[in-house]
Write a protein that binds this ligand. Structure first.
Ligand code: DX5
Ligand code: ZN
Length: 221
């Protein structure tokens, strides 16, 4: 039996009060903070960088920060995020010229490493680096925006990723990102995921009675 982790994506938080939003979701039962970094180059949107990660640490966030790099090139930002207090750093293999080196840079910096697979990216990128990843992240939408619909083809891909992870005998988390909601999370878990990113579902699920709590949606997961 695996332990399941809920990772709210702060892409859907109110950036004007980000520290409080992160405090609120963690107090409401979230396990880790999913931090989406977009560069308007690898993906068509622009978000937040290492300074914001560092600011959350200075604010007092102690939970793991799961940095999802949607940037090209990746290596320079890996160093910056290590210095900024990241816990997990994942990147898209197509965006790195040297996938093995980028994974090694992350581990050398004391962070957990991972590869992210777009809907059309084959899992064969894992073939020679299974011993260098702590997390496999499957995108269930095309990256760039919150609030998109879960692509059903992800379920079979999750099962395949689960088989590869189990066959490796390694302790590797299987994360899913995009369109995860209360009404599909059980199916996604059955397909093999153990770590669930949810942006719009969490941040639209603020408790009616207490605007600082998100327990009802996080509990429903
Ligand atoms: C999309 C991001 C996701 C996004 C998920 O490129 O990587 O983390 O915030 O948002 P929802 O849960 O709304 O699909
Ligand atoms: Zn993400």
């Amino acid at each position: 039996t695996r332990d399941f982790l809920i990772a709210p994506s702060i892409l859907s938080a109110d950036f004007a009060r980000l520290g409080a939003e992160v405090d609120d979701v963690l107090a409401s039962g979230a396990d880790i903070v999913h931090f989406d970094v977009m560069d308007n180059h690898y993906v068509p949107n622009l978000t937040i960088g290492p300074m914001v990660c560092e600011a959350l640490r200075k604010h007092g966030v102690t939970a793991p920060i799961d940095v999802h790099l949607m940037v090209k090139p990746v290596d320079r930002l890996i160093g910056d995020f290590i210095d900024a207090g990241a816990s997990i750093i994942t990147f898209h293999p197509e965006a790195s010229d040297h996938v093995d080196r980028s994974l090694q840079l992350i581990r050398d910096g004391g962070c957990q490493s991972g590869l992210v697979f777009n809907p059309a990216t084959p899992l064969s990128y894992l073939d020679y680096v299974m011993d260098k990843v702590d997390m496999v992240l499957l995108m269930s939408v095309n990256p760039g925006f919150g609030g998109q619909s879960f692509l059903p083809g992800t379920l079979d891909k999750l099962s395949e990723a689960r088989r590869r992870i189990d066959a490796s005998g390694r302790n590797i988390r299987l994360e899913v990102d995009g369109g995860v909601k209360v009404d599909n999370i059980a199916e996604v878990a059955r397909a093999g995921a153990d770590t669930f990113v949810a942006g719009s579902a969490v941040f639209k699920g603020r408790n009616a009675a207490d605007p600082h709590r998100y327990d009802s949606v996080i509990r429903d997961f």
